[in-house]
Write a protein that binds this ligand. Structure first.
Ligand code: PHE
Length: 345
């Protein structure tokens, strides 16, 4: 009798611990405990061996035992029913959850557009390192050490110059790539140099310590200032539409002579006057000029035979005019609310 009670307790514990999540497992449970040859029946069969005076007490224990098995069976079936119901409710014909697709960064959109316009004019893309030596960024571009124009571009130095080595710095313009092209190629040269540049400036809505440029260089026989003007005029018309007006203003760059800056009619207010154009109706978008003979000589290109023009502009500025972004910091903050606005462009 004692032994039988222990056996019942053990089976009850086993039942409580049973996990059955599939219809198959629940059926296994039924067969093992409640089937015609199941454990409940088997234990019930012991009734005949129980002395008469204990039969009543033992009968109650057996009934409770049977109920434990039956309740568990009901629980298992109910749990199974739930998940069956879920499967039945699931509508496989519903459209799937949308997959979030990323968007191109506005600066990449504008850079790609700029590149494709110049490609149509026969310009090839050239790229170079962002960490440069002094020569390619400054010296070759007719900015020898102590040249006051170096102050025009506040520079991040990576390594100061030593007696044997030149200084290393983060390029301040992609003119350094032009230098590398002239070093390895002979005219005719027709390249554009898109890339990131760095200047030591306090970050604000109007200035950043890094930004992006597209610079261009065209060297051949008989390249004239008229070619420069026409190329840039074509570019802004493609970029902003035929209505855009341009004007050139004399300027100064050590690597070009003569030099000019180009303004376009403000794309935000159509020339009426707004904050972006400081109420002048015009916005400066690039620097340009005829390549200085000294620069050509630095690369053994004969200035008597060849002439060329160069220009450089900021991608952020072009994007600002195209998309009316008036804070430069937005481009690098990675705020999805900003970036997602360029989904459809
Ligand atoms: N390198 C100049 C700058 O970054 C831009 C420029 C390029 C001007 C070529 C003239 C000619 O400011």
């Amino acid at each position: 009798m004692e032994q039988l009670l222990q056996q019942i307790e053990a089976i009850k514990a086993e039942i409580a611990a049973t996990v059955a999540t599939t219809a198959d497992q629940v059926e296994q449970f039924r067969i093992k405990y409640l089937g015609t040859k199941g454990l409940v029946k088997e234990i019930m069969g012991e009734m005949k061996n129980v002395p008469n005076e204990q039969k009543k007490e033992f009968g109650q224990i057996l009934n409770a035992f049977k109920m434990v098995a039956e309740e568990k069976m009901q629980q298992l079936q109910a749990a199974l029913g739930d998940s069956d119901e879920q499967t039945a409710k699931f509508d496989f014909t519903l459209p799937g959850d949308p997959v979030a697709v990323g968007t191109r960064h506005p600066l990449n959109l504008v850079r790609n557009q700029m590149v494709s316009i110049f490609k149509r004019l026969g310009f090839a893309v050239a790229e170079g390192p962002e960490v440069e030596d002094d020569w390619h960024n400054f010296g070759a571009m007719n900015l020898p050490e102590d040249h006051p124009a170096r102050d025009m571009q506040d520079t991040f130095y990576v390594q100061a110059a030593t007696e044997e080595n030149s200084a290393w710095l983060l390029r301040t313009h992609t003119s350094s790539v032009q230098a590398r092209v002239m070093e390895t190629q002979k005219p005719p040269i027709r390249v554009i140099c898109p890339g990131r540049v760095y200047r030591n400036e306090t970050i604000s809505a109007r200035a950043h310590c890094f930004f992006h440029q597209v610079e261009g260089l065209y060297i051949d026989e008989n390249v004239s200032f008229a070619d420069l003007k026409q190329t840039l005029y074509f570019f802004v018309q493609e970029m902003f539409g035929k209505e855009v007006k341009v004007r050139f203003r004399p300027s100064y760059f050590p690597f070009t002579e003569p030099s000019a800056e180009m303004d376009i009619s403000c794309q935000i207010c159509s020339g009426k006057g707004c904050n972006i154009c400081k109420h002048t109706g015009w916005v400066e978008i690039l620097g340009s000029g005829m390549v200085h003979p000294k620069v050509l000589e630095n690369f053994d290109i004969d200035p008597e035979k060849y002439t060329g023009f160069a220009f450089g502009m900021g991608v952020e500025r072009i994007a600002q005019l195209k998309y009316q972004v008036n804070d430069l910091r937005l481009y690098s903050q990675n705020d999805l609310r900003f970036l997602e606005q360029f989904k459809s462009v």
